[in-house]
Design a protein around this ligand. Structure first.
Ligand SMILES: Cc1cc2nc3c(=O)[nH]c(=O)nc-3n(C[C@H](O)[C@H](O)[C@H](O)COP(=O)(O)O)c2cc1C
Length: 310
């Protein structure tokens, strides 16, 4: 199959400008290897491993299984500082090609990453934070639009990607609800150089999510997604059926918080996050097959665009 070239995909050594986005608890090293072999950028949060030693084992495993690029997500403020430092040092040691920083200031990580030739991608929901991350040395900014899985913004993707593109020097990565090749074409048309796909890859064979979670994703509709800050204090999108009380409007916030307080450590384990892209993720498949579908759909969408006529 032909490649889809963008400057950022070229720089990262990818066949297709797609990232299998990092997902707390459910992303794993198998997804990274499958994504790498399929020509896209796989990733996972380092803290998906219980210990630093387990994280190192995964890096060694990935290095044994593929020589293609991949990324590690460092969740700055959500990770114990000592653990963050250890995990980052391991990324340097294992020559991880890219780090994705989120939830904090990436300056120090970016400075050291660049000394080692590593790329740094940073995710934001507003231009204000994008400008800060650019100044801090991020090589690309991930704009997380309304409807995305995990902590999502509220800006429409129709505005967010071109707005970031017009106001940043560094390339933009489009995140939020992208599950098909048609949407990849749209995101590139809106000025992105890479697209981030999370929810679609929950429904992959390699993903560590519970089978019931995958089933909710492939059977989901946009109305099944609830946007609430009741779970973690930061607004995020969840599968409504898994929220305490079964809904997610502001009236349920108290119920969600009460349930989380009763069972603090389990909040992300039992309350499942996904974005509105559930509507377009219809089947659990291996990552390689999902990438094939997306590339074919992209080609069809581009071909079907009306040409300019006199
Ligand atoms: C279950 C779940 C967990 C997530 N955990 C993280 C995380 O640990 N770190 C992070 O930077 N983003 C996290 N995200 C956000 C994704 O990396 C990505 O921005 C999002 O999935 C893109 O939107 P989409 O799901 O609509 O494709 C998570 C998303 C989901 C669905």
């Amino acid at each position: 199959m032909p490649r889809i070239r963008t400057p950022l995909a070229e720089r990262l050594g990818l066949r297709y400008p797609i990232v299998c986005a990092p997902m707390f608890i459910i992303s794993n090293q198998e997804m990274i290897v499958a994504a790498a072999e399929a020509g896209i950028l796989g990733s996972m949060p380092s803290i998906n491993h219980r210990s630093h030693a387990a994280f190192r084992e995964s890096l060694a495993y990935i290095r044994r299984r593929t020589d293609r690029p991949f990324a590690i997500n460092l969740t700055i403020k959500l990770t114990d500082p000592e653990r963050l430092q250890q995990d980052f040092e391991a990324c340097l040691e294992y020559r991880v090609p890219a780090v994705i920083t989120s939830y904090g200031d990436p300056s120090e990580i970016a400075r050291r990453a660049h000394e080692h030739g590593m790329a740094v991608l940073h995710d934001v929901i507003h231009l204000k934070h994008a400008l800060k991350a650019q100044a801090a040395g991020a090589d690309a900014i991930i704009g997380v639009a309304a409807g995305a899985g995990g902590h999502a913004g509220t800006t429409s993707p129709f505005v967010l990607y071109p707005y970031l593109r017009e106001n940043l020097r560094v390339p933009v990565v489009a995140a939020g609800c992208i599950a098909t090749g048609r949407q990849v074409a749209a995101a590139l048309a809106l000025g992105a150089e890479l697209v981030y796909m999370g929810t679609r890859f929950i429904a992959s064979t390699e993903c560590g999510a519970d089978e019931r979670y995958k089933s909710l994703v492939v059977n989901g509709a946009p109305e099944d997604i609830a946007y609430t800050d009741g779970v973690s204090g930061v607004h995020a999108n969840f599968l409504r059926q898994t929220l305490p009380g079964g809904a997610g409007d502001p009236a349920d916030r108290g119920a969600a918080q009460a349930a989380v307080q009763r069972d603090g450590g389990k909040k992300w384990k039992d309350i499942w996050s996904a974005g509105q892209g559930v509507a377009l993720a219809r089947e659990v498949k291996p990552i390689a097959a999902i990438v094939d579908d997306v590339v074919r759909e992209y080609a069809e969408a581009v071909r079907a665009l009306p040409a300019l006529e006199d």
